[in-house]
Design a protein around this ligand. Structure first.
Ligand SMILES: O=C1CCCN[C@@H]1CCCn1cnc2cc(F)c(F)cc2c1=O
Ligand SMILES: [Mg+2]
Length: 485
């Protein structure tokens, strides 16, 4: 069956579940919360990885691979913040028929796996900075509604774990990495994000402060964390005794960061750009940027047409454009158009007898459906212009849609109205955790409670005398609030 059974604006959840399958990104699996990532998804993950890995190598990150398994005793070392996560930890308790001596956890994150060895490897300031990154999977046995890419019990990510002699170096790197995450979302996935700082309540409990890039899904009116970059301070240095001898021979504790983005980023892109024909892929992450389709005619010269298609594909590939030919004999052109639209391929090139005779090709844009005939001699140039145009259009369109969802409020009633209206709320806040807890308590319900998403670095002017929307106390800052994933 081709075509979508659900419309994005009518049944968003069903639309999403269908589009990830129809586009051949996901195959559902017989364990809840686990999904098969098919090539159309993995090729996108690999394009993002290619960019990010090259950028962190410029920052001198070194590739590592640590074991998947953590002993109970080591995992418990971080008891203060682990306790909140305990229900999510998956354990191996047997091998074959026999019980293991002691249960072994599957990593939900790798601090406790890595840091005992950072402690062993770091002795002197000459061993610093230590910059470790690993690309791997992690397992968190979540119970809230599993959603492909967005919330799964196993997901792929990169986790960076860095160690510095000074806080200044750590603070600087936190923001360098956050900027790379912004680039992943805005320059590759064409998804607008806000850089900001998490509140004390929402931050990583084991760290000093957390920064993040926050996205927003207009269809559900929910914020979603796109990626996170933490400064851990010296908390883990204390916990794992990671110290170094400085130039003056004094022993001091190190300063650390940790940061990650995950396959969730693919889901955010799908939700942002997809439409009722299926995926709409930003060219920078499209595994195929241009699909070339021969349009044979009853008495036309099919060989010549196919030859023209092959040379178009070749020319585009030579120019570094990811083009492919769909010359399958068992499908009609119309069927192929629908299938490649479902997969979100940014440009389709049709070549039929008329095009051949006029030495031109017809190019169709996936994002806005416009068709244009261009001379074959201009092929590479025009395709580049169109691809860049699509990339820009997708980001600008998504930004406009997200901005239209932002509601600036100043009173509690306005806050509730905006929440019910699926808005991304920008509100003046007194920055007191009690108030944050109170808002959560007063808004909990079927759809989940409202929470702070981040305090954006880009702060609007806060006129003196402005009061907190929830407490009436003097407001300290503007923060984004809303329901979230
Ligand atoms: O977010 C990052 C970046 C990459 C490295 N880790 C940090 C903090 C992860 C916070 N976190 C997040 N989720 C967890 C789930 C668990 F089951 C568990 F045992 C621990 C955690 C947990 O520590
Ligand atoms: Mg979690």
């Amino acid at each position: 069956k081709l075509g979508m059974g659900y419309k994005k604006d009518d049944n968003f959840g069903e639309w999403y579940s269908e589009v990830v399958v129809n586009s051949e990104m996901i195959e559902y699996y017989d364990i809840s919360g686990c999904y098969i990532l098919r090539p159309w998804a993995m090729e996108i993950w690999e394009l993002l990885k290619e960019f990010f890995d090259a950028e962190i190598k410029k920052l001198k990150l070194k590739p590592y691979y640590f074991p998947l398994f953590v002993t109970e005793s080591v995992l418990q070392k971080e008891k203060d913040h682990i306790e909140g996560f305990a229900p999510e930890v998956a354990w191996v308790t047997k091998s074959g028929k026999s019980d293991l001596e002691a249960p072994i956890a599957i990593r939900p994150t790798s601090e406790t796996v890595m840091y005992p060895y950072f402690s062993k490897w770091i002795r002197s300031h000459r061993d610093l900075p230590l910059k470790c990154n690993q690309w791997c999977n992690v397992v968190r046995w979540e119970f809230s509604n599993p959603t492909p890419f967005i919330r799964s019990r196993e997901f792929l990510w990169q986790e960076g774990h860095t160690v510095f002699a000074t806080k200044e170096e750590a603070d600087e790197e936190v923001l360098q990495i956050l900027e790379l995450y912004r680039r992943i979302y805005e320059e590759f996935l064409a998804v607008p994000v806000s850089k900001g700082r998490k509140s004390e309540m929402e931050k990583f409990a084991g760290g000093l402060y957390t920064t993040s890039v926050e996205a927003f899904i207009p269809n559900t009116g929910r914020g979603i964390q796109g990626a996170t970059s933490h400064c851990l301070g010296q908390n883990f240095a204390k916990m794992f005794d990671i110290t170094f001898e400085n130039e003056k021979g004094e022993r001091s504790m190190v300063w650390q960061n940790s940061w990650a983005y995950t396959t969730r980023s693919i889901g955010v892109m799908i939700m942002t750009h997809g439409d009722d024909k299926g995926l709409v892929l930003p060219p920078k992450v499209a595994p195929i940027q241009v699909i070339v389709i021969p349009v044979p005619f009853k008495d036309a010269d099919t060989t010549a047409i196919k030859g023209a298609c092959e040379s178009a594909v070749y020319t585009l590939n030579q120019a570094g454009i990811r083009a492919d030919l769909d010359a399958r004999e068992n499908y009609s052109p119309g069927w192929k158009y629908s299938q490649w639209e479902m997969k979100g391929v940014p440009l389709r090139i049709e070549i039929g007898p008329k095009d051949l005779a006029n030495k031109q090709v017809r190019i169709v844009r996936r994002d806005n459906g416009t068709k244009v005939d261009i001379p074959s001699t201009d092929l590479v140039e025009q395709v580049r212009v169109l691809l860049d145009g699509i990339q820009v259009n997708l980001l600008e369109t998504a930004k406009a849609k997200r901005d239209a969802c932002i509601k600036i409020i100043s009173t509690w009633d306005e806050f509730i109205a905006a929440l019910n209206d699926k808005k991304l709320i920008l509100a003046p806040w007194c920055d007191e955790e009690e108030v944050e807890k109170d808002v959560k308590a007063r808004t909990k319900g079927e759809l989940g409670a409202a929470k702070t998403l981040c305090t954006p670095f880009d702060q609007p002017d806060l006129p003196s005398g402005t009061v907190c929307f929830a407490s009436g106390k003097p407001a300290q800052k503007w923060s984004f609030w809303g329901r979230s994933y």
